[in-house]
Design a protein around this ligand. Structure first.
Ligand code: ATP
Ligand code: MG
Length: 399
């Protein structure tokens, strides 16, 4: 049984639209912990308070992934009366000392929205500090950089917290439109999808699957990546596109140096068709400028030329080390480095063209039955629903 206080950031700047964002955030918070018991989630004083019968640690592991939340704190809620506040603060410090043996200094910081409270903020902090010190003489009060900061917020009730955990930030899922996200199983594309989703977009991952060039396990890998993303964004619709015949055809008839580029252009065409069906307004890729031959600005221009969809590339300016750090932080890295090859790495020639002209790409595709290939691939594609790892998986694709 726990109370958790959630703070949001950018939503405060939303003026007239704030309600829309807050309502959505509250709904997403509810859904993220729905299976943990009957929680109360209410919005008050520009923050969200969760009151749940579940364990604190279980709640935090979910809530720290909800987009839109900047930080969260476990809180104790007591009557706004000095004895209650002081004893809750003493308890809280006791728990912190037990959990973090290195704590030697503390500070009490009081905010008092309810000015009827008989003590001023300063007096409250001082008196509570005194009570803490009497109980735990081994810790000293210290104003700058204390090891432990006890925050007291006196409103309708008194809210005490001593721990602030960062959330992912961003905007609530479902407030930013819909985009298809091309996911390869590498390190970059899951991070790119995560960044787009963090801005509130509903992402629909699309994976181009080339069985038997790539193994069944490479598909499992992509689905596992999607499960991690679903832990942040909620249940995801995922498309596994049957790419084998397209790939085989490209291999047979496209000059080696242009194969990856043509493959990317075919992926864009597939996605454009899926976008109609999914009412998606954009596509997200994990491309980063100059990373590989197919990600030079010339290649990017040749890729964009085949679609009218905006192509969002959240990693365009990111270095590999930054992408890896983010992948580790969000939990996709371990999965991405599993050794199953992706379709494109199998076909990367020793010398891919880095500055293909648009005409060159068009010419390379001249002999291809582009429309028929796309139709056939889509007909054999499957659509799954992927739920977060902790939830029941309705399509039975493992856990
Ligand atoms: P990544 O980690 O995204 O694979 P990468 O450096 O390997 O990064 P490329 O293989 O050049 O990148 O792919 C560029 C982008 O094309 C990927 O970020 C992804 O968005 C998309 N893509 C590549 N292969 C596939 C695939 N099999 N299915 C869907 N999208 C793909
Ligand atoms: Mg890749």
């Amino acid at each position: 049984m726990a109370y958790i206080l959630l703070r949001y950031g950018e939503i405060h700047l939303k003026g007239q639209n704030q309600r829309f964002f807050v309502d959505r955030l509250v709904r997403n918070v509810r859904e993220s912990i729905a299976d943990l018991g009957d929680a109360q989630v209410r919005h008050a004083f520009g923050r969200i308070l969760v009151d749940s019968p579940a364990e604190e640690a279980a709640l935090i592991s979910r809530l720290r992934k909800v987009f839109g939340i900047v930080s969260l704190s476990p809180v104790r809620v007591v009557a706004p009366a000095f004895p209650d506040i002081a004893s809750a603060a003493v308890d809280m410090v006791g728990a912190a000392l037990a959990a973090r043996p290195g704590v030697g200094t503390f500070k009490v910081d009081t905010r008092r929205a309810d000015k009827r409270f008989p003590l001023t903020s300063m007096e409250t902090s001082r008196e509570v500090g005194q009570a803490i010190w009497e109980r735990f003489p081994q810790v000293r009060a210290r104003m700058d950089h204390p090891d432990l900061l006890v925050k007291i917020d006196i409103r309708d009730q008194a809210y005490l917290s001593s721990d602030t955990i960062p959330g992912p930030g961003g905007l609530p899922s479902g407030t930013g439109g819909r985009a298809l996200a091309l996911i390869s199983g590498g390190i970059d594309s899951p991070v790119a999808s995560w960044l787009a989703a963090r801005r509130g977009m509903t992402i629909i991952p699309v994976h181009c699957y080339s069985f038997p060039f790539t193994s069944e396990r490479s598909k499992e890998k992509v689905l596992d990546l999607c499960r991690v993303l679903a832990g942040y964004a909620g249940p995801l619709r995922v498309w596994i596109v049957f790419f084998t015949d397209i790939q085989r055809t490209i291999q047979l008839s496209v000059p080696e140096g242009l194969r990856v580029l043509v493959m990317r252009r075919m992926m864009m065409r597939l996605v454009e068709r899926l976008a109609e069906q999914e009412r998606a307004a954009a596509v997200v890729t994990g491309e980063s400028l100059g990373q590989v031959a197919s990600q030079t600005i010339e290649s990017i221009a040749a890729i964009n030329a085949v679609t009218r969809l905006p192509v969002l590339r959240p990693l365009i300016g990111a270095d590999k080390t930054e992408i890896v750090a983010r992948a580790e932080a969000i939990g996709t890295y371990e999965i991405s480095i599993r050794p199953y090859e992706d379709c494109c790495s199998l076909f990367v020639p020793p010398h891919p063209r880095t500055q293909p002209g648009l005409q060159e790409a068009d010419e390379a595709e001249r002999g291809l039955p582009v429309g028929a290939l796309i139709d056939a691939a889509l007909q054999r594609s499957e659509r799954l629903t992927i739920t977060p790892r902790w939830a029941r998986d309705p399509v039975g694709v493992g856990s």
